[in-house]
Design a protein around this ligand. Sequence first.
Ligand SMILES: NC(=O)c1ccc[n+]([C@@H]2O[C@H](COP(=O)([O-])OP(=O)(O)OC[C@H]3O[C@@H](n4cnc5c(N)ncnc54)[C@H](O)[C@@H]3O)[C@@H](O)[C@H]2O)c1
Length: 476
Amino acid sequence: MNRKEFLKRLGMLTVGASLIGVDVNAMTTEGSAEAVAPTAKKDGNKTHPDLDYPVRPLKATTERVVTAIIIGAGSRGTTYGKYATQFPDAMNIVGVADIDNFRKKRTAKAHNIPKENCFSDWSEVFAREKFADAVIIATPDNLHFEPCMKALSMGYDVLLEKPAAQTEKECKAILAQAKKYNRIVAICHVLRYAPYFIAMRETIHSGIIGDLVSIQHMEPIQYAHMAHSYVRGKWRDSKQTTPIILAKSCHDLDIIRWMVDKPCLQISAEGTLMHFRPENAPEGAPARCTDGCPHEATCPYSAIDIYVRRKRHLGVFDLPDRKDENAIMEKIKTTMFGRCVYKCDNDQPDHYVTTMLFEGGVTASFTMDAFTPWGGRRTRVMGTKGYIEGDGTKFTVYDFRTNNKRLWYKSVKEMADYKHAGHGGGDHALARDFVEAVAAQDPTKLSSTIDASIESHIIGFKAEKSRKSLKKVKIG
Ligand SMILES: NC(=O)c1ccc[n+]([C@@H]2O[C@H](COP(=O)([O-])OP(=O)(O)OC[C@H]3O[C@@H](n4cnc5c(N)ncnc54)[C@H](O)[C@@H]3O)[C@@H](O)[C@H]2O)c1
């Protein structure tokens, strides 16, 4: 992207306001990227220095190598494994468990794991005496609680994928177990560790925008991602996994709680599954897109279009060659991912709105929407003296009194070791902090305590209670 294109994009963000001086180190999180050269920042006699906060390198500062076992070597387990590959002096993967033989072997090979430390079901890990500092639990949502409880009782520290568990009761039990055995549990609320969100929170807490009054936060899921994960895919059934407000958006409730930095007192939620229902299937649509659907050429949710033509979300297929269209076609003919989106066993809402009241009167609204062209996050923060508007990769801070506008924009791709880290760098920044916390046996090295992570899960469960009961729900 050249400077002209960048300014055009930024102009869209600032909605007609003239941006004075752009000092940009360039940045990306999910998807958008590219560098723009820093420029002068002059508006008459006023200067507007851009916002900058130091970003910690991803390499953990530890006295020793932390050893860990990956339980669930799918997409997320592999992500944390890559941290160990990038920083072998910080983390060493010494064991793996996955019921999928291919994934187990792939992980064993990537980390030189001896055969005796390779397991199928998660429970086999705990049939052995403790043989590592930590376990990384990255199994499906319904297989978090039991392995986590067992791991803690055996003295393992735990990197636990979100959502921590499927019910509020189980979440509280994990919190109690962590305290009982005095263990470290880091819940993978990775956005807390992303430089973009860290900078936004720092800005709020610096007082630049005065007192925080309210937040509007949006999670656009993106129409094809919705179809892939929450209509056809692994998180389509809220009972087998967790309600979408936790499965997809527990990050966002956590981020809002973290920004406000005060307890949430009550929540109200609305949301329905409006579109992906059998009655909305176009006439003559067969069970699978590959069964000669007359609407294939025009349906935005066509599996042939999403997987074969656009080659999106192919990670689930474990293909040796992601360009092999015949192999992809075979997968969508035979797996859940080829089903017509109107004929799936799905129950997750495709739009969800919540409003929250926090101690001290701060309010927040959160919207999750399936029907958007892009993913990521959008956030607006209202303060008594200023305003922040962010698009998930950069944000602008407006000062009411001076009319100054300041930009935060840092390229994760340009930040040396961050370039391979997903979620705006948050995936590996979390791994770094976890390694440091375990090595030092000091949970304060984590951005989120287990108490705070469980609290934000509870906000999610209360949201779902509100949505189902059509009533405002008190928290705490
Ligand atoms: N933090 C985030 O941003 C984020 C993003 C996506 C997913 N997640 C969460 O991470 C978890 C894993 O998601 P994923 O996308 O990696 O899923 P995945 O399906 O790619 O990986 C899960 C793995 O667990 C394995 N598994 C299933 N049953 C098992 C058992 N009994 N014993 C051992 N292994 C077993 C599967 O074979 C699979 O390889 C989920 O809870 C998901 O909600 C978190």
